[in-house]
Write a protein that binds this ligand. Structure first.
Ligand SMILES: [Zn+2]
Length: 380
């Protein structure tokens, strides 16, 4: 399994911006050559271009040149000559073990002339990964709008074996970030209050429309993102670490947006922070040998978790009262129990060989691999 962490870094612009420009050009020259020769062979590329490029860019370290060559050939291979991969002067620059070293928190980067040394300011929740995982590669990026360099570091560790154990259902909604089938609430009162405040301030600034208002809008969006990321980190960490559970069952909400729901709920379901929760929980669970599975979300809020009676009249806001057996519960807990039971039911159906179950779960395998690409830090 892999983890990515993005860290802002202070680098001399006058050294690194020209370097990124040169590297983009070297990359593009390789791509042009590869498309003309119809090959992505690295050795052939080296023979054809290396000597020339050394003359053209005598200051670019040769190890970096080789990394870019490999990078360009892989990009051509991935697109199978159908597109022309291109790099701009401010595109990300890939570093590997030939061109960078990482010792503790000290990072050394190849550049024109001598290497650049710097100490990384690593976020608290990533220190464990830094200390115990193996470092494999890094990308240097530059964001033009705030003139800031970033390094995105990739770490790798062996995936622990999946444990067997109890399943916990998790219901997710507007009023609670998450509710578990054993009755724990992860409240979003504070989240909602904060989001409302941001929305109010955003509208006011948008109406103004001045340059300083735009700058403040950007700063605010960054703060809001960091706030939500922190909320998601805390909740998913607590959930993943519970010793009683090894399987976390979530509702598959991907199809639900098209149904007729409240405008506010639809907006929340399609928000990045809602998706971020799933990603965080998946990768934190994976690291502990646990997993996240998804089940069909239909009727989980309307069905009685005790007798199975299904009616939209069962639920009134946060209160659930079964019209058939009279069972009462908090509506979100009832839903979370249904989510868990859908998973357990589907396991039983798999065991008895029943086909075509609507509630068949699917693992977090695809999510797990995505978590490599998406930075858990959210700032890539
Ligand atoms: Zn009932």
């Amino acid at each position: 399994m892999k983890r990515t962490v993005s860290v802002p870094v202070k680098l001399p612009h006058e050294r690194f911006l020209p370097l990124m420009g040169f590297c983009a050009d070297i990359f593009n020259q390789h791509v042009d050559w590869a498309l003309k020769e119809r090959t992505w062979n690295k050795n052939k590329a080296h023979k054809a271009l290396y000597a020339d490029l050394r003359l053209q860019y005598p200051d670019v370290p040769s190890a970096l040149l080789q990394t870019i060559r490999d990078n360009a050939m892989e990009a051509v291979k991935a697109t199978k000559f159908k597109r022309t991969p291109r790099k701009k002067p401010t595109s990300g620059l890939r570093y590997d073990k030939r061109t960078m070293t990482l010792r503790g928190y000290q990072l050394t980067l190849s550049c024109i002339g001598k290497r650049e040394k710097l100490i990384l300011n690593v976020p608290e929740h990533f220190k464990e990964v830094f200390e115990n995982w193996e470092f494999c590669a890094a990308t240097l990026t530059y964001s033009k709008h705030n003139k800031q360099f970033w390094v995105r570091l990739v770490f790798e560790a062996e995936t622990p074996k999946v444990q067997n154990g109890n399943a916990q259902g998790i219901d997710r909604g507007l009023y609670h970030l998450a509710t578990t089938s054993d009755g724990q609430f992860f409240s979003s009162n504070k989240v909602r209050a904060t989001q409302r405040r941001y929305l109010y301030n955003r509208r006011k600034l948008q109406q103004k429309g001045t340059r300083s208002a735009k700058r403040r809008l950007r700063a605010m969006s960054g703060r809001e993102k960091r706030f939500m990321r922190d909320v998601n980190h805390c909740a998913t960490k607590k959930l993943a670490r519970q010793s009683d559970y090894t399987v976390f069952v979530l509702q598959d909400l991907s199809g639900i947006r098209t149904q007729r729901r409240g405008k506010e709920l639809n907006k929340w379901l399609s928000s990045w922070s809602f998706y971020q929760f799933e990603q965080f929980l998946s990768y934190k669970a994976e690291a502990l040998g646990k997993r996240v599975v998804f089940v069909d979300a239909r009727y989980t809020s309307q069905k009685c978790s005790r007798c199975g009676h299904r009616s939209s009249a069962n639920r009134k806001k946060s209160r659930f009262r079964c019209g058939s057996c009279g069972y009462t519960a908090h509506a979100d807990i009832n839903a979370a129990v249904n989510v868990r039971d859908n998973y357990i039911l589907s396991l039983a159906q798999i065991e008895t060989g029943e086909q075509g179950s609507v509630n068949a779960p699917y693992g977090s395998g695809t999510l797990g691999s995505q978590s490599q690409a998406a930075s858990p830090c959210g700032c890539g």
